[in-house]
Design a protein. Structure first.
Length: 155
């Protein structure tokens, strides 16, 4: 199980783009403006915004809604080469570690850091994952999910 070390110390209220889980699609749109695209997959409405600034980086932002409201979201960072990917990943990882605490892999009582290009945090209020796959030239991706959405993907 992935989780933050000493979760009592590092427990955080996970939200997406400062919106709590369950926020209605209409409330989200009224504050963010109209999305550039909409799609429906796996029972979720996916709304896309572009040019969303996250810590000085331009991103595409996707928010996922079910009948219960906001369930998750993803930022896809716009970078132009491998060096920018690594810099973006490293800066975002450091920012997230400051916010959520260290990420650890619990393996037979031995704790060790996760591999360098994927890190995640699991809390009762949600899941956060940052990753970059330089082998396949995929963008730096930051994913947030509610407990309900997390269960769909990990159960």
């Amino acid at each position: 199980m992935l989780g933050a070390q000493d979760s009592e110390v590092y427990e955080k209220n996970i939200t997406f783009h400062n919106f709590p889980w369950g926020t209605s699609m209409n409330d989200f749109i009224s504050k963010m403006g109209q999305p550039v695209s909409r799609d429906k997959n796996n029972g979720l409405d996916s709304l896309v915004w572009r040019n969303v600034d996250i810590n000085g980086y331009t991103t595409y932002m996707i928010a996922y809604f079910s009948r219960l409201g906001l369930q998750g979201g993803t930022y896809y960072f716009v970078t132009h080469n491998l060096d920018e990917d690594i810099k973006c990943y490293s800066e975002m990882r450091d920012e997230l570690r400051n916010k959520f605490g260290p990420t650890r892999l619990f393996d037979g009582g031995i704790m060790r850091e996760l591999r360098p290009y994927v890190c995640s945090w699991t809390f009762p209020s949600g899941y956060v994952q940052l990753k970059v796959n330089t082998r396949f030239e995929e963008p730096v991706t930051l994913w947030y999910s509610s407990p309900e959405l997390t269960k769909q993907f990990f159960d």
